[in-house]
Design a protein around this ligand. Structure first.
Ligand SMILES: C[S@@+](CC[C@H](N)C(=O)[O-])C[C@H]1O[C@@H](n2cnc3c(N)ncnc32)[C@H](O)[C@@H]1O
Length: 278
């Protein structure tokens, strides 16, 4: 890969270029009117509502990361929590604003087009809670990008503030396991020097035009635990969406379960390591 000036870039520049290309791939998919229209409905999942009521205080101000067309931002406002929704897709944000207006929660919501890796203009300790719903963190390029998001969320949460998010599990025994296995083999081939796109564990590029997510990085739940702790968070709770909805306690074997699993993490107030030093 060469830079616009024809020089061979430093490995850091090459990483930045790769991340930028992935971000562009993701953004293009979520700017398609057809994909946006699939997200044009509002309302929290029962699992989300239950965690929000349990872990966010009354009247908490919430940062809604990767808010899409406002499903959760409007949902938060409907239960009385002021929410600031951000997303990289301009079209998603336009639809989110319109939905908030139509549903009469304009006063409790704000929206901006923003990359969750760079919460520019958001002041330190400005939020009581943060939500990253519907596995959105898996769309952020690479482990370094995900660490940067956690470090930025840590910065903008007040001490004791909470982050709720959900992800898939790399170890899930479901119908996607063969696809994940093929991506894992490509990742291993890449480790042996073959030119493949999957450079990190859990990465998968999807070329099927019908699929909305063209890039995903699905990690084992243990990786999220380590990243959260390294960013300075304390993990308060982790359980699958299904078990939360059935009011069942977490189980160790849930790492193999299908579907989403939620993490609730709290900012400890101790200084987190800067993302770049990890
Ligand atoms: C799976 S959709 C979920 C949307 C919404 N949270 C919901 O549950 O309906 C993921 C969203 O994340 C957004 N997104 C992806 N990467 C992002 C990034 N780096 N920064 C901000 N938003 C991002 C996409 O544009 C998309 O709207």
């Amino acid at each position: 890969m060469t830079s616009p000036r024809g020089e061979v870039p430093h490995s850091e520049d090459a990483q930045d270029l790769r991340d930028l290309a992935i971000l562009q791939l993701v953004r293009t998919a979520y700017e398609s009117p057809e994909v946006v229209s699939r997200y044009a409905s509002v309302g929290l999942w029962p699992s989300e509502e239950s965690l929000i009521l349990d872990y966010f205080p009354d009247e908490a101000r919430i940062l809604d990361l990767g808010c899409g067309a406002g499903r959760t931002t409007v949902g938060l406002a409907e239960i009385g929590l002021p929410a600031f929704g951000i997303d990289i897709s301009e079209l998603m944000i336009d639809v989110a604003r319109e939905q908030a207006r139509q549903l009469g929660v304009e006063e409790l919501t704000e929206f901006a087009v923003m990359d969750t890796r760079r919460l520019e203009g958001i002041q330190d300790e400005g939020f009581d809670g943060a939500l990253y719903s519907y596995n959105g963190l898996e769309l952020v390029p690479g482990i370094a990008g995900k660490r940067r998001v956690l470090s930025e969320v840590y910065r903008v949460l007040r001490p004791g503030g909470r982050l709720i998010f959900c992800t898939h599990s790399l170890l899930a025994l479901n119908r996607y396991a063969p696809m994940r296995m093929r991506a894992f083999v490509r990742f291993l081939l890449g480790q042996c020097g073959l030119p493949v796109r999957e450079r990190e564990l859990g990465e998968r590029f999807i070329d099927d035009e019908l699929e909305e997510a063209r890039y995903l990085q699905i990690l084992p739940p243990g990786s999220w635990r380590r990243m959260l702790r390294a960013a300075g968070f304390r993990i308060l709770y982790c359980n699958t969406r299904t078990r939360i909805e059935q009011r069942q306690p977490p189980r160790a074997w849930s790492v193999f379960a299908d579907g989403e699993r939620f993490f609730v993490a709290e900012k400890t107030g101790e200084l987190a390591e800067p993302a770049d030093s990890l």
